[in-house]
Design a protein around this ligand. Sequence first.
Ligand code: 5GP
Ligand code: SF4
Ligand code: MG
Length: 465
Amino acid sequence: CGVFGVIGVTDAANFVALGMHALQHRGQEAGGIVAHDPETGFNSARRFGYVRDNFTKASLMETLPGPIAIGHVRYSTAGSKGNTAIRDVQPFFGEFAMGGCAIAHNGNLTNAAALRRELIERGSIFQSSSDSECIIHLMARSIQKNIPERMKDALRRVEGAFSVVAMTRTKLIGVRDPLGVRPLVLGRVGDGWALSSETCGLDIIGAEFIREIEPGEMVVIDAKGVESFRPFEQRKSRFCIFEHVYFSRPDSILGGRSVYETRRQIGVELAKEAPVEADLVCPVPDSGTPAAIGFSQQSGIPYAMGIIRNQYMGRTFIEPTEQIRNMGVRLKLNVNRGLIKGKRIILVDDSVVRGTTSIKIREMILDAGAAEVHFRIASPPTAWPCFYGVDTPEREKLLASTMTEEEMRAFIGVDSLKFISLDGLYRAAGEAEGRNNASPQYCDACFSGEYPVAPADMIAKGFQV
Ligand code: 5GP
Ligand code: SF4
Ligand code: MG
């Protein structure tokens, strides 16, 4: 998901809508905005579909006045899947004795099922199936006198990944979990402030990037400025390395590093680790493009657009059902036949999850008359599910959880298949020495199976880590 917030500008909701549009790649199912205005109080709108189809309408935006607003774009990793329940669309809102509070959450809470059971037993009435709603109920039970303090209480009880943007009548609040699994940045816009999942959300509103919210930090922003708190025990950060590989936009800066540059560098590493003789390097667009550029630059094999992407389709993986995902590949990608015919092609993609995409692409490329097909993948084999906010399927559906690399190659039906090594990925992400196995610099659980936060709810259901 993507989260965004603005304070201290006229009609903050307009800025929030723009920020959400820039973060649309993080969630395409639905979006919501809450704004506060001294005259009309809190107002909200939650809609299915793209930001540009909803939050551009004057008739809707006029209902969201005021100098402070937050927004959320949803990609279902918990709760209902797809366009099923508007009640699962964020921001969530709670009314407390000291006033209202709206929150937008990116990430996944790993103990939400246990918390929900406990809260329901003690009288909480849940409105949604979302893990994030726990935060509101935990806040309601806190005995603290103001909302930021209640939020600290609540967030000390949740486990897992959270980047939260919240608001009261007068304050904008941003928090990152102690490991900083999901991103969150602070920007200055005119006399006001903005919080965004990624820097590309600041760019679109002309905000100046100030800094990242630190892992384990809470910022409370009002007319007086930005105040910083450390509500959690200090821990070594474990940012999601898959944000660099796939999830974030290539024009964003994460941890001081250009996402594009990391992806290009992955291609360079791949060309060193797994060279192959061929005529053309082609990306599987868009997610494989920077790595294909790097692969071509390192290998000297020309880069070409062998697969063309229909720009009006969203991200396939993010389609929540298998059926739509299967169709999605053909609706989205098509082969540039003239270019491919008779050639030995290296295809670069970001990841192999179920293998659906790879098989369809191999079919299309061979149909077009390619002489050889070599897959190069910009991440290590995805062998473990993510419980921190990326919707990977159950372990059994992950190709790499049951097959060796050679078995996957045969299954997909290509001449060769190679994944970047975990060390190569770390080097590309700026860690010259590679992965520190004693204390890894990133979360890489979907590749390594080493979960930095024990997924308590899943373990209770029998998941073996
Ligand atoms: P598959 O077809 O193997 O199940 O999925 C792999 C494709 O899904 C890749 O082309 C990749 O770009 C895309 N993808 C989209 N979202 C995700 C995600 O959240 N995780 C992973 N691993 N791949 C994703
Ligand atoms: Fe990111 Fe993978 Fe960790 Fe999930 S498991 S947070 S996708 S690195
Ligand atoms: Mg892709």
